[in-house]
Design a protein around this ligand. Structure first.
Ligand SMILES: NC(=O)C1=CN([C@@H]2O[C@H](COP(=O)(O)OP(=O)(O)OC[C@H]3O[C@@H](n4cnc5c(N)ncnc54)[C@H](OP(=O)(O)O)[C@@H]3O)[C@@H](O)[C@H]2O)C=CC1
Ligand SMILES: Nc1nc(=O)c2c([nH]1)NC[C@@H]1CN(c3ccc(C(=O)N[C@@H](CCC(=O)O)C(=O)O)cc3)C=[N+]21
Length: 282
């Protein structure tokens, strides 16, 4: 039976340290402030908003939410971003994904000034990430690496297989893993025969958003399994991994909830504080 990678516990340990840092900044009159733009009604985004709100309040970080209707047009989104870029009281700015199809997401992301781009999605920050000279790290990827490091799971030379090629999980995680000398494969919905690849994984990461996608037969005995998926099934939050069966084969596994999710939130808050320091020369 696999050992659990307890993201919830690690997140609360890291939060205790972060809170001290926030307090120190506040003593200097600096109030870290995150601003989130959410467009429409994505269920994963809704959960993220809720958990961020709770964690920000605990840490003493101010979180502002702009909830826009699904029909909003591009001009209004761009106008809001410009306004928030110029607002000196805001240190960090992010747009929750996915956004409705009528919007030009790349244009909107390109509008966020890199200094406030806490999700690392603006073109210059994505470029820096792949060059390895970045000043902000995408929260989910940062959280996953923090979890693996906490359990002393080595990455050097390991086969890491990631299911999912999105800009918020698969791609940035691949960039950070390459920096750590892992051998990385990225699979997606057009990949033929996922199992052929996943069976070679020392570390398997699933970020597809498909409940039940990863079955025990796809997993190598003793592999580390990281489940990023957040799906709502019969009113419960479940991941992508068939947990009960896969846990019999894996050496370590993340639960959902309580695995990657809490660390994503914690890592985001760490990045908010990091950007705030940078803007204030601390
Ligand atoms: N726990 C956490 O901290 C976080 C959780 N999430 C969750 O992770 C999941 C993924 O999020 P996100 O990356 O934004 O989602 P996207 O929908 O942007 O990307 C999903 C990716 O998975 C691939 N995919 C989907 N179905 C399959 C399949 N059957 N086989 C192989 N590949 C597949 C897609 O392929 P293609 O590109 O071909 O369409 C795509 O690359 C969601 O459940 C989301 O809520 C997201 C961020 C953080
Ligand atoms: N620009 C952008 N960046 C993201 O990182 C991003 C996004 N958009 N859109 C939505 C997805 C989803 N996501 C989650 C993060 C944490 C939890 C989380 O805190 N989960 C807890 C609670 C689960 C629950 O209570 O149901 C857990 O897994 O234990 C969930 C979902 C980030 N995403």
């Amino acid at each position: 039976m696999a050992q659990l990678l307890n993201g919830k516990l690690l997140a609360s340990q890291r939060a205790a340290k972060l809170k001290e840092e926030v307090n120190k900044l506040k003593q200097q009159g600096i109030k870290p402030t995150l601003c989130v733009i959410n467009i429409g009604n994505d269920p994963g985004s809704k959960i993220y908003l809720k958990t961020k709100k709770r964690r920000a309040a605990e840490l003493g970080i101010t979180q502002k939410l702009y909830q826009l209707p699904a029909e909003v047009d591009q001009a209004n989104v761009v106008k809001l971003i410009d306004q928030l870029n110029a607002d000196k009281s805001i240190n960090a700015l992010m747009i929750q994904l996915p956004v409705p199809h009528q919007l030009n997401l790349n244009e909107a992301l390109g509008r966020i000034i890199p200094e406030k781009d806490v999700d690392c999605l603006s073109p210059s920050n994505v470029g820096r990430l792949w060059r390895g000279d970045h000043f902000v790290e995408p929260a989910t990827a940062h959280g996953i690496l923090a979890l693996l490091d906490h359990y002393d799971l080595d990455l050097h030379g390991k086969n890491v297989v990631i299911i999912g090629r999105s800009s918020i999980v698969g791609k940035p995680l691949a960039a950070l893993l390459l920096e750590r000398d892992a051998t990385v494969s990225i699979l997606h919905s057009k990949t033929r025969n996922l199992g052929e690849y996943t069976k070679n994984a020392d570390i398997l990461v699933s970020a597809a958003g498909q409940p039940g996608l990863v079955k025990a037969g796809m997993v190598k005995q003793g592999a580390v399994v990281v489940d990023v998926g957040i799906n709502r099934v019969h009113g419960q939050t479940v991941g992508d991994v068939d947990f009960a069966d896969v846990a019999q084969r894996a050496s370590y596994i993340t639960p959902v909830p309580g695995g990657v999710g809490p660390l994503t939130v914690e890592a985001l808050m760490e990045q908010v504080v990091g950007l705030t320091r940078r803007q204030n020369g601390r």
